[in-house]
Design a protein around this ligand. Sequence first.
Ligand code: ADP
Ligand code: ZN
Length: 534
Amino acid sequence: MTPAPATAGPAALETLHRVWGYDAFRGEQAAIVERVIGGGDALVLMPTGGGKSLCYQIPAIVRAGTGVVVSPLIALMHDQVSALEAVGVRAAFLNSTQDADQRRRVEQALLDGDLDLLYLAPERLSLESTRTLLDRVIAGPGIALFAIDEAHCVSQWGHDFRPDYLQLSMLHERWPQIPRVALTATATAQTRQEIVSRLELQGAEQFVASFDRPNIQYRIESKNQPLGQLLQLIRTEHPGDAGIVYCLSRASVEKTADALVAAGIEALPYHAGLDAATRSRNQSRFLREDGIVMVATIAFGMGIDKPDVRFVAHLDLPKSVEGYYQETGRAGRDGLPSTAWLAYGLQDVVQQRRMIDEGDGDQAHKRRQSQHLDAMLALCETVQCRRQQLLGYFGQQSEPCGNCDTCLAPPESWDGTVAAQKLLSTVVRLWRERHQRFGAGHLIDILLGKETDRVRQHGHDELTTYGIGTELSDQEWRGVVRQLLAQGLLAVGSDGYGTLVITEASSAVLSGDRTVMLRREAPRPTRASKQKAG
Ligand code: ADP
Ligand code: ZN
């Protein structure tokens, strides 16, 4: 028997029309909704903005009983519930921000069968009182389904691990008869496997949507004057547009937001160091007003549903491709052309390697973080289509997109073997002859033959490599160092000062057995140059 085509039954479609006023399901939504309404488990991998929420909201309404949604986004539960109430869906949440009285009222509504949807913070499920409450609901009005939102949070080595998610396997163990739908926008094969095994979703049907976001133009350029580059992007391509600027630290968030405001751009800061009232005021201004630029750490954005974010800019290197994809995915949910722009430089690589070395966690954890960083660096340094590389990372094959910086202006590569040898041999000499290690800045000063105080003080003008690198500019040398770091031909020393050391792979370069191809740092295209190109 051939399986029936994935059409959503009349009840699902009727709910879509009546409650949300939408004409049709999108992509895999219909098949997912049918699967869950029929009582089966599902694992849904869909990019941000793909429409995951309806995949559990509609079955929750169509099936008897309440749909219980486990979500880590406590700060957003209130907004999510209000949005549902606004379209007439009976929804509520239970989390630690409520007092006992509020919680009691929600529990009563649940027991009375007065809720279509209940949002639950994962830690509430570790309370036996919550478990017995759900037992009573099942014995009474019933539970329609369990939805596990942001399911990648169960992945221990992923970029967003929440320990409370590990216990969610109990849902299946305690209530095997209730269908479960796990949803995430993170889709590497490894994460998927981890979700299946940790949540005991072996019987779940998997729905994997395309991760392509064709309306997003991906661009990555080298960081020279970050603020100037950002202002240029905003002024020439996105004046008056809403956007998000991600920075790594709270201090740089503050500094960048101030600088944008000083330049006449309506920018607001957002990071975990601001008090809750300021954070929520800034967030709601960003959501409700037009053309606000939110300057934020990655604490901002999860679950934010603003359709017309026209650009996402990163002033610091994201720690993983997953993170980069998620953060850039907040641009252009409405399908209109949007920009994902990242500026990254040598310091990013040095700093992140150092953070991994000095950070918490065992060797396996550090190795994993290193792999995440390497994949991110490979995306930054690729001479191929960014989108192809990005989708390939998520296991999806595609053709060059014609709408990313490397497609619009294919980067030239050049033979950087001699340059690499000059740099590496300077590192080797300093160590062998003088037992000294230095960071990139001073090494480049030596190669350029600069007469700095430090050069004089250490007598580095006597080194045989002093002044042998004047064929490249300071900036070009920084590009060489950055790319050698990315290729694993240089490493950051473990002394915590960002000094550079050679690696095992360096010796093949020094002996002339390995050529080093580098990408030339050309001026990157803007949207305007794309239009010119047709
Ligand atoms: P995700 O959770 O995957 O990021 P959402 O569930 O928030 O995405 O949906 C993104 C946007 O798309 C929302 O504004 C939602 O209302 C809208 N949407 C989802 N499904 C449909 C549909 N079938 N037709 C029209 N709009 C939809
Ligand atoms: Zn491309």
